[in-house]
Ligand binder design. Structure first.
Ligand code: NAD
Length: 457
């Protein structure tokens, strides 16, 4: 039984306690929101250039703490050091990008008979951000920094297992000179602090990243208050490999093993054209055997542990011992390890082919032709991301138009760039984060008509 007043942060690679952190109550959330309401008024009154200057200073402070933030992410989430350094850099870069956005958040003047129409982008107020454990630092940043840049305050609830990097970011914001209570991080349980944030009438918008199941509840609760919500949910993304592709690049196992597969964009359905299936299987077998799994703080490690014993049990439930599979190796305990695995005889309608496993497990599925590939790719309730590998430009364009997903890459496994919009189709979510429209998503558009004809007589 977990203590309702406390969160225990475990190092997933050692099972040792890293920290215990007080868990916020409903009252704590209400108090934080009240403080945020006051902080937001002062912040929104600043000139955009002044907000931008402070955010750039925040970026500088994050930059000088890259190594500290990265090592904290390694300890609380089991990320490899290389990935965690990238994440700290991503938070810094997003701050710089958002600072530029603050200076360019412009309204419009629209010609109107008898006067002028002028539009403004006004900040919403206090934004509630709810983050998952799989990418604690990036998701804290994506939900919060564009919102701050647009003139809002943020109250962020990190996941129970991973509150530390978000707390540190909030500390660094203060060091950089951002106003007190503008960016508050409140660790706590989803069913207490999370719900309280969603239900609070002074929280103007919720940005939720997590499972589709919880996202559905969050959306229902927001609906009661007609509160806008952005949902970044699960995925079951295809990696479509045509016979003419560069097979070695296409079958890079880190397309589904990155972050031990705990990645909403993981390409966990490896769709391979029948004529190269044997070659693909051989390449994957060699690649899985070569993956270095172990201590995530070691520079040479390529894959760390799963987040928890619970997550490992969940992943195991998709991989029966006798299932035909290609397997790499993993250390024995302590630590929540699982070997890189590709199931080779899963049916397209099997559990592991349809549900988000959220572990280092992919399924290999053959297809016959382009039409069959598109049918299989779309045969899922999700639509977050995917890759298309072919040397045929026409086919690349046709397939990328036909696949129903928010983030596709052709001859690449890249998913997330802070300068492009990110989000899912279907049950992968609602709304977009990042990219050129990231700031306007945290504003209301107001139109004011100014009569040029004087007051009516
Ligand atoms: P989760 O849904 O269990 O929890 C996410 C967050 O919601 C946590 O902070 C949790 O405390 C909180 N929460 C739980 N119940 C709540 C409630 N009733 N009301 C309000 N908040 C509540 O998800 P998880 O297991 O932490 O994360 C893994 C999931 O996140 C995966 O499905 C993954 O695909 C998804 N994810 C999506 C994206 C994306 O951008 N689409 C990115 C990362 C992770």
């Amino acid at each position: 039984m977990s203590d309702p007043n406390e969160l225990t942060v475990l190092n997933p690679a050692t099972e040792e306690i890293v920290a215990t952190v007080p868990a916020a109550s409903e009252e704590d959330v209400a108090a934080a929101v009240a403080r945020a309401v006051r902080a937001q008024r002062t912040w929104a009154a600043l000139a955009p250039a002044d907000r931008a200057r402070l955010l750039r200073r925040f970026a500088d402070v994050v930059d000088t703490h890259t190594e500290e933030l990265a090592r904290l992410e390694v300890r609380e989430a089991g990320h490899t050091l290389g990935n965690a350094r990238w994440e700290a850099g991503n938070a810094r870069d997003l701050l710089l990008y958002a600072a530029g956005g603050a200076e360019r958040l412009l309204g419009r003047q629209i010609p109107a008979p008898g006067g002028w129409d002028v539009t403004f982008h006004e900040p919403l107020g206090v934004i509630g951000v709810i983050a998952p454990w799989n990418f604690p630092m990036p998701i804290a940043a994506w939900g919060s920094f564009p919102a701050l840049a647009a003139g809002n305050a943020v109250v962020l609830k990190p996941a129970e297992a991973t509150p530390l990097t978000a707390l540190r970011l909030a500390g660094l914001a203060l060091e950089a000179g951002l106003p007190e209570h503008l960016f508050q991080v409140l660790p706590g349980y989803g069913t207490t602090a999370g719900r309280a944030l969603v239900d609070h009438p002074d929280v103007a918008k919720i940005v939720f990243t997590g499972s589709t199941r919880t996202g559905r509840e969050v959306m229902e609760r927001c609906a009661r208050l007609v509160k806008p919500v952005t949902l970044e949910l699960g995925g079951k993304s295809p990696n479509i490999v045509f016979a003419d592709a560069d097979l070695t690049a296409a079958l890079d196992p880190f397309s589904f093993l990155d972050n031990c597969g705990q990645d909403c964009c993981a390409r966990t359905r490896v769709l391979v054209q029948e004529s190269v299936l044997d070659e693909a299987r051989a390449l994957l077998a060699d690649a899985l055997a070569a993956v270095v799994v172990g201590d995530p703080a070691d520079e040479k490690t390529q894959m760390g542990p799963l987040i928890s014993a619970r997550q490992r049990e969940r992943v195991r439930s998709y991989v029966p011992d006798d299932a035909p599979a290609l397997r790499g190796s993993a250390p024995d305990g302590p630590g929540f390890w699982f070997p890189p695995t590709v199931l080779t005889a899963e049916r397209p309608d099997g559990r592991a082919a349809r549900e988000e496993v959220f572990g280092p497990v992919a399924v290999l599925l053959p297809f016959t032709d382009e039409q069959d590939a598109v049918r299989l790719a779309n045969d899922t309730p999700y639509g977050l991301s995917g890759s298309i590998w072919t040397r045929d430009l026409g086919r690349a364009l046709r397939v990328s138009q036909a696949v129903r997903a928010g983030n596709l890459s052709v001859n690449s496994h890249s998913s997330v760039r802070y300068w492009t919009p990110f989000g899912g189709f279907k049950q992968s979510g609602l709304g977009r984060e990042l990219g050129p429209d990231a700031l306007t998503a945290f504003t209301e558009t107001k139109n004011v008509f100014i009569s040029t004809e004087g007051p009516a007589q």
